[in-house]
Design a protein around this ligand. Structure first.
Ligand SMILES: [Zn+2]
Length: 276
């Protein structure tokens, strides 16, 4: 295992850290009162058990886009995947099957699970959430359509969720960031800031280390991905870990780890929107 900078603290410490990060430290007592007052009042949405601040409506009025990479039935239609789409710089295939662990746990399932946990967290925080697919038993949509769905929703910020197919010895998460190409020119800098928030929160909330095989210190710029080339709102793509690495794979398949990734991304979104 890697050092302690990734270790999750007790839940109360995480909540405090999130509140402080969101610039809400002074509201702590009031927020705590609100949480306890509302706790017995309404049925909570499906809880991940990892939400940064249950009941706190820090994201009221915000629209958040979530793109869970791939889809559960993509493998059934090579013809669909081979359709050519324009990614903003070049023609490429509509989508891919995604990767899987040695035991056959698919990336599509992982990204869908994280996305649904994240949607629950964000909804509880008051946001309206737009997703690029409705389940894990379909095809696509194509990567250009995914970008367009979020652009048309006028999301304040969006996240693309993936897990990687890297060398078996490589571990860790990487934040993929857009490169200016026209459509995304105005969101390059805020995307970089959001990327730093996502990086920090992945370290704070999850047991996944910074990538030791891809990018630099957990970051890489990519100019060949439709989701980043075509975005008109701040967005990054997170490769949450390496499904080909046994240690990462053992983590990525666990619901608790998937919830911790969702909690990290929810905290990153809240911090980004509170401070930028
Ligand atoms: Zn992927």
């Amino acid at each position: 295992m890697e050092p302690d900078h990734r270790a999750c603290g007790p839940r109360s410490r995480r909540v405090l850290a999130w509140l402080a990060a969101a610039g809400l430290g002074l509201a702590l007592l009031a927020a705590a009162g609100t949480v306890s007052a509302s706790a017995g009042r309404a049925p909570a949405p499906a809880s991940t058990g990892q939400a940064p601040a249950p009941g706190h409506m820090a994201l009221t009025g915000k629209i958040i886009g979530i793109d869970p990479g791939h889809n559960g039935l993509n493998y059934t239609s090579p013809a669909f995947l081979d359709r050519k789409i324009w990614n903003g710089r070049a023609w490429e295939g509509c989508d891919t099957t995604g990767t899987q662990t040695a035991e056959g746990y698919t990336e599509a399932r992982f990204t869908w699970n994280v996305a649904t946990y994240l949607r629950a967290d964000l909804t509880r925080m008051g946001a309206r959430v737009v997703m690029t697919r409705a389940g894990n038993h379909g095809l696509g949509p194509c990567v250009d359509s995914r970008a367009q769905i979020l652009d048309r929703a006028h999301a304040n910020v969006s996240i693309d969720i993936h897990a990687d197919y890297g060398p078996p010895a490589g571990r860790g998460f990487t934040i993929l960031e857009p490169v200016a190409d026209g459509p995304n020119d105005r969101v390059i800098r805020p995307s970089a800031r959001f990327g730093r928030d996502a990086h920090a929160m992945m370290l704070r909330y999850t047991k996944l280390p910074v990538s030791d095989y891809y990018g630099q210190n957990g970051y890489i710029s990519r100019d060949d991905l439709a989701g980043l080339n075509l975005t008109t709102m701040p967005k990054v793509l997170v490769e949450c870990g390496n499904m080909h690495n046994a240690a990462d794979a053992a983590l990525l398949v666990q619901p608790g780890v998937q919830q911790s990734v969702a909690a990290a991304l929810a905290a990153a979104i809240a911090q980004f929107l509170a401070t930028h």
